[in-house]
Design a protein around this ligand. Structure first.
Ligand code: ZN
Length: 308
């Protein structure tokens, strides 16, 4: 059953698509699924396997917050059977892309059902806004998996058992990952685990795994800190003797290099915040991304890291 819907962003935040099963397909051609960004694309590949061709709009090391859709993206989504986004206002350009392309097929909001939190972002709104960076808590990616699996099963019921099996295997890997991350930081005193990153992408990580993240930018990389905000962060880094700060793969290193120069803190490595790396770098899948971030953080903070 397909329900006619009016497409608005607020609608998208609460929308879980109603899907029309594809017709019997004796040639077993692959479903074409387009993900808004690279981390989501990797999770879809894990569930879809050989049954699905996954396209990604915002690729490795690219910043979804500031992305500008291209004419090629119009072609990409118009040729898709399903499009999957995170939602929670992460893909601010998505509504524009859908109307420009004329895409009318299902849109899956992978974050549907995740207990997201809100934060004050005066540059965006006078009201608290949702924090979209849910993938930094592995348990929330398990909800992505559930939503994506359900959509694939509804769209392609002939292969429902395959999607079920693949999702179950991947969920086991996610459970191991979540357990391993908790183990790494369980005995670390909070005062030795203050982490400075460029933008506010790690609140869910902080709540799930126990470190404290501070950043000069807000939830989006488009936020520019005021001179006062930079000054108070510099004061805090000096006062609390924070020794290490981190650059991110998606954003400019300018603010972090400025903080390092003004505080004497050293740069402890790269965190993969909102995008996978290329295949040659250490974060080319979601699981590798989380492992790489945990190892980078733990080594710089003097924590113990055991093999996954
Ligand atoms: Zn972000």
């Amino acid at each position: 059953m397909i329900k006619k819907v009016v497409f608005t962003l607020s609608f998208l935040l609460s929308f879980f698509a109603y899907l029309e099963p594809k017709a019997d397909n004796p040639t077993q051609e692959k479903l074409i699924v387009t993900a808004s960004f690279s981390i989501l694309g990797d999770v879809i590949k894990n569930i879809g396997g050989d049954l699905v061709t996954v396209n990604v709009i915002v690729g490795p090391n690219q910043d979804t917050h500031v992305y500008e859709p291209t004419p090629d993206d119009n072609l990409l989504i118009i040729s898709s059977d399903l499009v999957v986004i995170n939602g929670l206002s992460f893909e601010t350009w998505f509504e524009r892309l859908v109307s420009a392309s004329g895409y009318k097929k299902p849109i899956i909001v992978a974050s549907q059902g995740i207990p997201f939190h809100k934060m004050m972002e005066p540059q965006i709104s006078n009201e608290p806004v949702p924090d979209p960076h849910v993938w930094n808590d592995v348990r929330h990616v398990a909800t992505w998996v559930y939503n994506i699996k359900k959509a694939l099963q509804e769209f392609d019921p002939q292969n429902a058992a395959v999607y079920e099996e693949r999702a179950t295997l991947y969920l086991k890997e996610l459970q191991n990952l979540d357990r391993w991350i908790k183990e790494q930081f369980k005995d670390v005193p909070e005062e030795s685990c203050k982490v400075i990153t460029a933008h506010d992408a790690f609140n869910y990580f902080e709540k799930a795994y126990g470190l404290v993240f501070l950043s000069p930018q807000g939830l989006s990389t488009t936020d520019e800190p005021s001179a006062h905000e930079m000054a108070s962060l510099i004061k805090q880094i000096k006062k609390e003797k924070i020794k290490t700060i981190f650059v991110e793969n998606i954003s400019s290193q300018r603010l972090i290099r400025q903080l390092a120069a003004e505080t004497g803190a050293k740069i402890g490595g790269t965190l993969y915040s909102d995008a996978l790396s290329t295949a040659e770098e250490p974060a080319s899948t979601y699981i590798k991304l989380m492992e790489s971030n945990v190892k980078t953080l733990a080594q710089s903070l003097g924590c113990f890291v055991s093999p996954l």
